[in-house]
Design a protein around this ligand. Structure first.
Ligand code: NAP
Length: 283
Protein backbone atom coordinates (compact mmCIF):
# COMPACT_ATOMS: atom_id res chain seq x y z
CA UNK A 1 0.00 0.00 0.00
CA UNK A 2 1.36 3.45 -0.84
CA UNK A 3 1.39 6.14 1.81
CA UNK A 4 0.53 9.81 1.13
CA UNK A 5 4.28 10.55 1.30
CA UNK A 6 5.00 7.85 -1.30
CA UNK A 7 2.25 9.21 -3.51
CA UNK A 8 3.64 12.72 -3.13
CA UNK A 9 7.15 11.51 -4.02
CA UNK A 10 5.79 9.57 -6.99
CA UNK A 11 3.77 12.56 -8.19
CA UNK A 12 6.83 14.77 -7.79
CA UNK A 13 9.15 12.41 -9.63
CA UNK A 14 6.59 11.94 -12.42
CA UNK A 15 6.17 15.68 -12.81
CA UNK A 16 9.94 16.11 -12.72
CA UNK A 17 10.32 13.46 -15.42
CA UNK A 18 7.68 15.21 -17.50
CA UNK A 19 9.37 18.55 -16.94
CA UNK A 20 12.79 17.28 -18.09
CA UNK A 21 11.56 14.73 -20.67
CA UNK A 22 15.03 13.14 -20.79
CA UNK A 23 17.34 11.50 -18.24
CA UNK A 24 19.72 14.07 -16.78
CA UNK A 25 23.26 14.35 -18.17
CA UNK A 26 24.39 15.94 -14.89
CA UNK A 27 28.03 15.16 -14.10
CA UNK A 28 28.80 13.66 -17.53
CA UNK A 29 32.23 14.34 -18.96
CA UNK A 30 31.88 16.16 -22.28
CA UNK A 31 34.51 17.27 -24.80
CA UNK A 32 33.43 19.97 -27.26
CA UNK A 33 35.97 20.78 -29.96
CA UNK A 34 35.76 24.21 -31.55
CA UNK A 35 33.94 25.49 -28.48
CA UNK A 36 35.58 28.90 -28.10
CA UNK A 37 32.85 30.45 -30.27
CA UNK A 38 29.93 29.76 -32.57
CA UNK A 39 28.11 26.42 -32.62
CA UNK A 40 30.65 24.72 -30.34
CA UNK A 41 30.22 27.42 -27.71
CA UNK A 42 26.44 27.00 -27.94
CA UNK A 43 26.80 23.23 -27.43
CA UNK A 44 29.15 23.78 -24.46
CA UNK A 45 26.74 26.25 -22.83
CA UNK A 46 23.62 24.10 -23.34
CA UNK A 47 25.33 20.93 -22.05
CA UNK A 48 26.84 22.81 -19.08
CA UNK A 49 23.42 24.24 -18.30
CA UNK A 50 22.21 20.64 -18.00
CA UNK A 51 24.92 19.93 -15.43
CA UNK A 52 27.63 18.32 -17.59
CA UNK A 53 31.36 19.02 -17.13
CA UNK A 54 32.80 20.53 -20.29
CA UNK A 55 36.28 20.55 -21.80
CA UNK A 56 36.29 23.57 -24.11
CA UNK A 57 38.78 22.99 -26.95
CA UNK A 58 40.13 25.34 -29.61
CA UNK A 59 43.55 26.17 -31.06
CA UNK A 60 43.68 29.55 -29.32
CA UNK A 61 43.69 29.31 -25.53
CA UNK A 62 42.41 32.83 -24.69
CA UNK A 63 38.96 32.50 -26.34
CA UNK A 64 38.57 28.91 -25.02
CA UNK A 65 39.33 30.14 -21.49
CA UNK A 66 36.84 32.99 -21.93
CA UNK A 67 34.09 30.48 -22.86
CA UNK A 68 34.97 28.24 -19.89
CA UNK A 69 34.94 31.28 -17.61
CA UNK A 70 31.51 32.36 -18.89
CA UNK A 71 30.16 28.87 -18.16
CA UNK A 72 31.67 28.82 -14.64
CA UNK A 73 30.35 32.34 -13.94
CA UNK A 74 26.77 31.07 -14.22
CA UNK A 75 27.40 28.03 -12.04
CA UNK A 76 28.55 25.52 -14.68
CA UNK A 77 31.67 23.36 -14.75
CA UNK A 78 34.18 23.86 -17.56
CA UNK A 79 37.86 24.07 -18.30
CA UNK A 80 39.78 25.07 -21.41
CA UNK A 81 42.46 23.42 -23.51
CA UNK A 82 44.38 24.70 -26.52
CA UNK A 83 44.68 21.91 -29.08
CA UNK A 84 44.55 21.39 -32.84
CA UNK A 85 42.20 18.54 -33.84
CA UNK A 86 44.23 17.85 -37.00
CA UNK A 87 47.26 16.87 -34.90
CA UNK A 88 47.43 13.35 -33.42
CA UNK A 89 49.47 14.35 -30.36
CA UNK A 90 46.95 17.13 -29.63
CA UNK A 91 44.01 14.75 -30.05
CA UNK A 92 45.56 12.45 -27.44
CA UNK A 93 46.07 15.46 -25.13
CA UNK A 94 42.36 16.33 -25.48
CA UNK A 95 41.30 12.82 -24.43
CA UNK A 96 43.83 12.71 -21.58
CA UNK A 97 42.73 16.11 -20.23
CA UNK A 98 39.05 15.10 -20.08
CA UNK A 99 39.88 11.75 -18.47
CA UNK A 100 42.22 13.32 -15.90
CA UNK A 101 39.93 16.22 -15.00
CA UNK A 102 36.51 14.58 -15.18
CA UNK A 103 37.27 10.88 -14.57
CA UNK A 104 36.58 9.59 -18.09
CA UNK A 105 34.83 10.60 -21.29
CA UNK A 106 31.07 10.19 -21.76
CA UNK A 107 30.38 12.44 -24.74
CA UNK A 108 32.51 13.80 -27.58
CA UNK A 109 31.09 16.63 -29.66
CA UNK A 110 33.42 16.66 -32.67
CA UNK A 111 32.49 20.11 -33.87
CA UNK A 112 35.70 21.98 -34.81
CA UNK A 113 35.72 22.97 -38.45
CA UNK A 114 36.77 25.61 -40.94
CA UNK A 115 35.07 26.82 -44.13
CA UNK A 116 37.36 29.08 -46.19
CA UNK A 117 35.88 29.57 -49.67
CA UNK A 118 37.93 28.99 -52.84
CA UNK A 119 36.55 28.15 -56.28
CA UNK A 120 38.22 25.27 -58.13
CA UNK A 121 40.40 27.60 -60.26
CA UNK A 122 41.86 29.16 -57.11
CA UNK A 123 41.83 26.20 -54.74
CA UNK A 124 45.39 25.04 -54.05
CA UNK A 125 46.45 21.54 -52.95
CA UNK A 126 47.51 23.14 -49.64
CA UNK A 127 44.08 24.77 -49.22
CA UNK A 128 42.41 21.41 -49.90
CA UNK A 129 44.64 19.68 -47.31
CA UNK A 130 43.98 22.33 -44.65
CA UNK A 131 40.20 21.85 -44.86
CA UNK A 132 40.31 18.05 -45.12
CA UNK A 133 42.87 17.77 -42.32
CA UNK A 134 40.77 19.87 -39.94
CA UNK A 135 37.25 18.76 -40.80
CA UNK A 136 37.71 15.10 -41.75
CA UNK A 137 41.02 13.89 -40.34
CA UNK A 138 40.17 15.96 -37.23
CA UNK A 139 37.11 13.83 -36.40
CA UNK A 140 39.03 10.60 -37.08
CA UNK A 141 41.81 11.66 -34.68
CA UNK A 142 39.56 12.94 -31.88
CA UNK A 143 37.24 9.93 -32.08
CA UNK A 144 40.21 7.52 -32.10
CA UNK A 145 41.81 9.28 -29.12
CA UNK A 146 38.58 9.13 -27.06
CA UNK A 147 37.76 5.48 -27.77
CA UNK A 148 39.90 3.81 -25.07
CA UNK A 149 38.16 5.85 -22.33
CA UNK A 150 34.69 5.17 -23.78
CA UNK A 151 35.44 1.46 -24.21
CA UNK A 152 36.51 1.28 -20.55
CA UNK A 153 33.02 2.49 -19.59
CA UNK A 154 31.39 0.39 -22.35
CA UNK A 155 29.27 3.45 -23.10
CA UNK A 156 29.74 6.62 -25.10
CA UNK A 157 28.16 9.21 -27.33
CA UNK A 158 29.86 10.89 -30.29
CA UNK A 159 28.13 13.73 -32.08
CA UNK A 160 29.68 15.13 -35.25
CA UNK A 161 28.80 18.59 -36.54
CA UNK A 162 28.58 17.96 -40.28
CA UNK A 163 26.66 20.27 -42.63
CA UNK A 164 23.95 20.29 -45.29
CA UNK A 165 26.75 21.48 -47.63
CA UNK A 166 28.32 18.35 -49.09
CA UNK A 167 25.96 15.64 -47.84
CA UNK A 168 22.86 17.28 -49.41
CA UNK A 169 23.68 20.54 -51.18
CA UNK A 170 26.52 22.28 -53.00
CA UNK A 171 27.76 25.86 -53.06
CA UNK A 172 30.39 27.46 -55.32
CA UNK A 173 33.71 27.72 -53.49
CA UNK A 174 33.17 24.78 -51.21
CA UNK A 175 34.25 21.65 -53.11
CA UNK A 176 36.84 20.92 -50.39
CA UNK A 177 34.46 21.78 -47.55
CA UNK A 178 31.60 19.75 -49.07
CA UNK A 179 33.92 16.77 -49.56
CA UNK A 180 35.06 17.00 -45.93
CA UNK A 181 31.49 17.17 -44.58
CA UNK A 182 30.22 14.32 -46.79
CA UNK A 183 33.36 12.38 -45.83
CA UNK A 184 32.45 12.76 -42.16
CA UNK A 185 29.25 10.81 -42.85
CA UNK A 186 31.16 8.08 -44.69
CA UNK A 187 33.47 7.80 -41.68
CA UNK A 188 30.46 7.72 -39.35
CA UNK A 189 28.64 4.88 -41.13
CA UNK A 190 31.45 2.38 -40.59
CA UNK A 191 32.47 3.76 -37.18
CA UNK A 192 28.87 3.24 -36.01
CA UNK A 193 29.08 -0.46 -36.88
CA UNK A 194 32.49 -0.91 -35.24
CA UNK A 195 31.46 0.90 -32.06
CA UNK A 196 27.97 -0.55 -31.60
CA UNK A 197 29.18 -3.64 -29.66
CA UNK A 198 30.76 -1.24 -27.14
CA UNK A 199 27.50 0.65 -26.60
CA UNK A 200 29.04 3.72 -28.22
CA UNK A 201 26.87 5.64 -30.68
CA UNK A 202 27.98 8.13 -33.31
CA UNK A 203 25.52 10.45 -35.03
CA UNK A 204 25.72 13.70 -36.96
CA UNK A 205 23.87 16.98 -36.87
CA UNK A 206 23.67 18.69 -40.28
CA UNK A 207 23.28 22.43 -39.71
CA UNK A 208 21.96 24.76 -42.38
CA UNK A 209 23.08 28.39 -42.03
CA UNK A 210 23.74 29.13 -38.38
CA UNK A 211 24.55 32.64 -37.14
CA UNK A 212 28.10 32.37 -35.82
CA UNK A 213 31.26 34.43 -35.96
CA UNK A 214 32.45 32.12 -38.74
CA UNK A 215 29.28 32.66 -40.81
CA UNK A 216 29.37 36.43 -40.17
CA UNK A 217 32.75 36.39 -41.93
CA UNK A 218 30.99 35.53 -45.20
CA UNK A 219 29.52 39.06 -45.33
CA UNK A 220 26.13 40.77 -45.09
CA UNK A 221 25.11 40.07 -48.72
CA UNK A 222 25.59 36.32 -48.18
CA UNK A 223 23.69 36.45 -44.87
CA UNK A 224 20.78 38.45 -46.35
CA UNK A 225 20.31 36.29 -49.46
CA UNK A 226 20.75 33.09 -47.46
CA UNK A 227 18.08 34.17 -44.96
CA UNK A 228 15.70 34.83 -47.87
CA UNK A 229 16.21 31.26 -49.13
CA UNK A 230 15.19 29.66 -45.81
CA UNK A 231 11.45 28.88 -45.46
CA UNK A 232 11.57 29.88 -41.76
CA UNK A 233 13.10 33.22 -42.83
CA UNK A 234 15.79 33.26 -40.18
CA UNK A 235 19.29 31.95 -39.75
CA UNK A 236 19.65 29.23 -37.15
CA UNK A 237 21.15 29.82 -33.71
CA UNK A 238 23.94 27.87 -32.03
CA UNK A 239 21.34 26.63 -29.54
CA UNK A 240 19.25 25.15 -32.39
CA UNK A 241 22.19 22.85 -33.12
CA UNK A 242 23.07 22.29 -29.46
CA UNK A 243 19.63 20.88 -28.62
CA UNK A 244 19.85 18.42 -31.53
CA UNK A 245 23.28 17.34 -30.23
CA UNK A 246 21.82 17.06 -26.72
CA UNK A 247 19.17 14.64 -28.01
CA UNK A 248 21.82 12.37 -29.57
CA UNK A 249 23.77 12.56 -26.27
CA UNK A 250 20.79 11.50 -24.18
CA UNK A 251 20.22 8.03 -22.70
CA UNK A 252 16.93 8.00 -24.59
CA UNK A 253 18.82 8.04 -27.94
CA UNK A 254 20.75 4.87 -26.98
CA UNK A 255 19.45 2.82 -29.93
CA UNK A 256 20.15 5.47 -32.60
CA UNK A 257 23.51 5.26 -34.32
CA UNK A 258 25.00 6.22 -37.68
CA UNK A 259 22.16 8.67 -38.34
CA UNK A 260 21.85 12.29 -39.37
CA UNK A 261 19.56 15.08 -38.24
CA UNK A 262 19.16 18.10 -40.51
CA UNK A 263 18.62 21.35 -38.58
CA UNK A 264 18.13 24.04 -41.21
CA UNK A 265 14.73 25.79 -40.92
CA UNK A 266 13.59 23.90 -44.02
CA UNK A 267 16.39 25.24 -46.23
CA UNK A 268 16.92 22.07 -48.27
CA UNK A 269 13.23 21.55 -49.00
CA UNK A 270 12.10 24.08 -51.68
CA UNK A 271 12.25 22.57 -55.19
CA UNK A 272 12.83 25.95 -56.77
CA UNK A 273 12.77 29.70 -56.24
CA UNK A 274 9.09 29.52 -57.22
CA UNK A 275 8.35 27.48 -54.08
CA UNK A 276 9.78 30.31 -51.98
CA UNK A 277 7.83 32.92 -53.98
CA UNK A 278 4.63 30.94 -53.35
CA UNK A 279 5.10 31.10 -49.57
CA UNK A 280 5.92 34.83 -49.85
CA UNK A 281 2.50 35.36 -51.43
CA UNK A 282 0.85 33.41 -48.60
CA UNK A 283 2.32 35.58 -45.80
P1 NAP B 1 33.34 29.29 -36.09
O1 NAP B 1 32.45 30.31 -35.54
O2 NAP B 1 34.36 29.70 -37.09
O3 NAP B 1 34.07 28.51 -34.90
C1 NAP B 1 34.96 27.47 -35.20
C2 NAP B 1 35.54 26.91 -33.92
O4 NAP B 1 36.43 25.82 -34.25
C3 NAP B 1 36.38 27.91 -33.15
O5 NAP B 1 36.27 27.62 -31.77
C4 NAP B 1 37.80 27.62 -33.64
O6 NAP B 1 38.74 28.12 -32.69
C5 NAP B 1 37.73 26.10 -33.70
N1 NAP B 1 38.73 25.45 -34.58
C6 NAP B 1 38.96 25.68 -35.90
N2 NAP B 1 39.94 24.88 -36.34
C7 NAP B 1 40.33 24.11 -35.29
C8 NAP B 1 41.30 23.09 -35.12
N3 NAP B 1 42.09 22.70 -36.13
N4 NAP B 1 41.43 22.51 -33.89
C9 NAP B 1 40.64 22.90 -32.87
N5 NAP B 1 39.70 23.86 -32.96
C10 NAP B 1 39.55 24.45 -34.17
O7 NAP B 1 32.51 28.12 -36.81
P2 NAP B 1 30.99 27.65 -36.62
O8 NAP B 1 30.17 28.40 -37.60
O9 NAP B 1 30.63 27.67 -35.19
O10 NAP B 1 31.10 26.14 -37.15
C11 NAP B 1 31.32 25.07 -36.25
C12 NAP B 1 31.12 23.77 -37.00
O11 NAP B 1 29.82 23.75 -37.59
C13 NAP B 1 32.09 23.54 -38.15
O12 NAP B 1 32.42 22.16 -38.23
C14 NAP B 1 31.29 23.94 -39.36
O13 NAP B 1 31.73 23.30 -40.54
C15 NAP B 1 29.91 23.47 -38.96
N6 NAP B 1 28.83 24.16 -39.66
C16 NAP B 1 28.60 25.49 -39.47
C17 NAP B 1 27.54 26.10 -40.15
C18 NAP B 1 27.19 27.56 -39.95
O14 NAP B 1 26.30 28.03 -40.65
N7 NAP B 1 27.82 28.28 -39.04
C19 NAP B 1 26.76 25.35 -41.04
C20 NAP B 1 27.03 24.01 -41.21
C21 NAP B 1 28.06 23.41 -40.52
P3 NAP B 1 40.29 28.39 -33.10
O15 NAP B 1 40.28 29.17 -34.38
O16 NAP B 1 40.86 29.10 -31.92
O17 NAP B 1 40.90 27.03 -33.26
Amino acid sequence: MTTPTDRHTLRKSRSQQEAYMFTSIEGRSVIVTGASRGIGKGIAQVFANKGAQILVVSRNLGPAEATAKEICAVGGKASALAADVSNWADAKRIAAAASDQFGGIDILCANAGIFPAAKLDDLTPEGWDEVLNTNLKGIFLTVKACLPAMKTKQKGRIIVTSSITGPITGYPGWTHYGASKAGQLGFMHTAAIELAPHNITINAVLPGNIKTEGLDGLGSEYLGKMTASIPMKRLGSAEDIAFAALFFASDEAAYITGQTLVVDGGQVLPESLMALEEIEKMT
